[in-house]
Design a protein around this ligand. Sequence first.
Ligand code: DQA
Length: 146
Amino acid sequence: DSILVLHGPNLNLLGKREPGVYGVATLDEINQALEKEAQSLGFEIATAQSNHEGALVDLIHDAMGRHAGILINPGAYTHTSVAIRDAIAGVNLPAVEVHLSNIHKREEFRHHSYIAPVAIGQICGFGAESYRLGLQALVHYLRQNM
Ligand code: DQA
């Protein structure tokens, strides 16, 4: 079975971008670690990153019938995007929301997530490890619900 890993805007800059907040791991390194983790769990992953809201919506639609679930870091769209939320609700695939930083202890505008109500759950604050924990959580959910 396959899981779609989606990275939202500015996450292509990981490693260079505010390393004090987001860590030094690059997106490639994070994807490679997820690849390994998925393999050890008996799953495949496909990874994608976009800086464009509509492109992320399209990628979520394309997951229908191809992937069993979605691991998503929506980046700043977490706090703004009804469209991404509706896409996740619309495809009816289990999704886990992840963030590198703990959005709840940062600026007020990061405290609200439009995505959280349509996700199984949210993992944030553990840096690159948030993704690995999120993948484990999604696999756990899929094993119980497939
Ligand atoms: C982020 C948190 C968001 O608030 C921010 O806009 C990002 C990254 C995180 O992974 O910590 O781009 O999703």
